[in-house]
Design a protein around this ligand. Structure first.
Ligand SMILES: [Zn+2]
Length: 128
């Protein structure tokens, strides 16, 4: 019986209930071009569990952004030999935040569905 590991399902943006159906209709693209499936194509789970459900993904996205900004700041500090120019940091951080925005949008919703939604439970019966 195939049991898909949760981390694999998260990385491939699969449905949290069956770990088979795709949450997104296509590959990762620019933020506004990413289209989510309304229902899981495998088990029929409605991804937007209640109206406005994905507003909660903003908190996850915020956490991703903070982690990226802190990491970028530390790396910029070391790679620039301890530069004190605020414009260097602002420029690099702005670029990284822009580049990472499609990832943040996609995975903030996937993390919300998989790890922060107690109503959605993995059902191994559907994972086949
Ligand atoms: Zn499913």
């Amino acid at each position: 019986m195939p049991n898909t590991p949760q981390l694999q399902a998260v990385l491939h943006a699969k449905c949290p209930r069956c770990r088979r159906g795709n949450i997104y209709a296509g590959p990762m693209r620019l933020a506004r071009e990413q289209k989510m499936n309304e229902y899981c194509p495998h088990c029929g789970l409605r991804f937007e569990i209640e109206p406005g459900y994905f507003y909660a993904a903003m908190y996850v996205s915020y956490a991703f952004n903070v982690a990226e900004i802190v990491t970028t700041s530390i790396l910029t500090f070391y790679l620039s030999g301890g530069s004190e120019s605020p414009w260097l940091y602002i420029g690099v951080i702005f670029g990284i935040v822009l580049i990472m925005s499609p990832f943040n949008l996609r995975y903030s919703r996937v993390v919300l569905l998989h790890w922060l939604s107690p109503k959605v439970k993995y059902n191994p019966e559907l994972d086949r």
